[in-house]
Structure formats: C-alpha cells, structure tokens
Write a protein that binds this ligand. Structure first.
Ligand code: APR
Length: 239
C-alpha cells in the first residue's frame, strides 16, 4: 500500500475506555445501566430535564477527571507527523469528551457534539461549559433562564458537520475506525462509503464491530497498544 498521506480516522468510546470513561454497548456499558430513551433523546429531556441534567453533569465531571491515554496521544502525533510531510489527518469522533484535544489534537470534529459545551435553546449559542447545568441555568448570551441543555446530539437529532465529514472521507487515502461498535449511523456507514471510494479500510478495536465484515483489515487489542503501533508504522513509512 502506498504511504497514506490523507487519513480519515473515526473514533468511538473504545478509545476513551482506558481513560476510565465507559463505553456504551460493552457488557458494563452506559446503556446497560441507563435507559438511552430517557437520557439521550429530546423527548426524554422534555419529560425529565432534572434527570437528564444530572446524568450529563456526572459524565461532565467524569470527563474532567479523566486523562488522555496513549491512543489519544498517538493520534495527536499522527496529526503533526502527517502535516510535517504535507499530509493531513481528519479526526472525526463520535465521542463527546475532550480527551483528543487534551492529548494535543488540534483539529477534532465532534459529530455527536461536546459534553464541555452547553447550548441555549432560545438563542442557539454554544458556549464552553465545564460546570453543572440545571433547569435554572441562564444563558450567558441572551439571559434566557432554564433553556440550557448539553451541546450533545441525542438519538433522533441530526449529527453535526456531516457535509465536512463526507467531503473529507471522499478525499482520504486511508480510513481507520478506532474503538467503535459500528452500531450507530451515519458513522457506522462510513466504512462502506470509504470502500465505495476505493479507500483501504482498517479497524482497531477490542472486539470485532457490528460492521467488522466491511473492513479489509482488523487489528484486535486495546487502543493504548494498537493505535501507537499503527501511528509508528505510518510515520516510519512502514504502513
Ligand atoms: N480499546 C479499543 N477498543 C475498545 C476498548 C479498548 N480499550 N474497549 C472497548 N472497545 C471497543 C468495543 O469492542 C466496541 O466495539 O469500543 C467499542 C465501543 O462501542 P460502543 O460502546 O457502541 O461505542 P460507540 O461505537 O462509540 O457508540 C457510538 O452510540 O450511544 C451512541 O452517541 C453514542 O457516540 C456513541 C455512539
């Protein structure tokens, strides 16, 4: 395979698992313990905003207490290394934590939003937000009280940055999925789009994903081991 210079990386909860942040569909995952329909839908928020704020306040605190792991650091190294040789990393994450940024990644596309941002349902502003949100929180821009929500994409809502993602995918010369079960679209369909563009595809994950059969190559193992090894291969030209 020629040395890839424009790489599209899709990450999921598995890349943050070794940082102590739970995945969703593993046996002890978040959705095994909480009901996503009550906690991750607009209807659930409308029905019980106190419950939903409490759920995301806990996850926001957990995210702030977590640290990036070697997999996050390796992707930051990949971004810098590709840029040095005139290439590019397009890092698209389904994750709402900020561990990619804290590991040094400079361009991160959060297609499911960001836990460390809030959104005003009155004026639409999306400020950085590290503290708890409550039903009484007032918007820092328009002052509207009680209309703040986590700036995350819930089930039934449109993911963010879809046009930029599709364009980047069409221009990549390698597609890599890291730590994602391939259970949620449109992210789960990106490997099929990459194949349709004739782009080589690689999965780095602990267990085979739902769409594992779509990948030309899969490397099983913890991201903290598989991602640094992959990045070393790419940057040393041994890919
Ligand atoms: N290293 C690598 N992969 C891992 C590790 C690890 N240490 N631990 C778990 N995994 C893998 C699992 O094998 C699984 O394939 O990470 C994947 C996690 O899958 P999910 O829990 O379904 O997470 P994800 O694919 O990111 O979910 C997608 O679903 O609920 C929505 O919005 C939520 O963004 C999320 C989306």
């Amino acid at each position: 395979m020629p040395i890839p210079n424009t790489i599209f990386v899709l990450t999921g909860a598995g890349i943050s698992a070794e940082s102590g942040l739970g995945t969703f569909r593993d046996t002890d995952g978040v959705w095994a313990r909480f009901d996503p329909m009550r906690l991750a839908t607009p209807e659930g928020f409308a029905a019980d905003p106190v419950l939903v704020h409490d759920f995301y306040n806990h996850r926001r605190r957990d995210t702030r207490a977590a640290s990036p792991n070697p997999a996050h650091a390796a992707l930051a190294r990949l971004e810098a290394g590709l840029a040095e040789r005139g290439g590019q990393l397009f890092l698209c994450t389904q994750n709402i934590d900020d561990l990619h940024e804290r590991a040094g990644s400079r361009h991160v596309v959060h297609m499911h939003g960001e836990l460390l941002r809030a959104r005003c349902t009155a004026c639409g502003t999306e400020p950085v937000w590290h503290e708890d949100l409550t039903v009484a929180t007032a918007c820092p821009d328009c002052g509207h009280g009680g209309g703040m929500r986590p700036d995350v994409v819930w089930f039934g809502e449109m993911p963010k940055h879809l046009e930029a993602i599709d364009e980047a995918l069409s221009e990549a010369d390698l597609f890599v999925a890291i730590g994602t079960s391939g259970a949620v679209y449109p992210a789960a369909g990106y490997v099929a789009q990459a194949r349709a563009f004739g782009i080589p595809t690689l999965a780095l994950t602990l267990e085979a994903a739902d769409n594992a059969g779509m990948f030309e190559a899969t490397r099983l193992g913890p991201a903290s081991a598989t991602v640094p090894a992959f990045v070393d291969e790419i940057l040393s030209g041994r890919a």
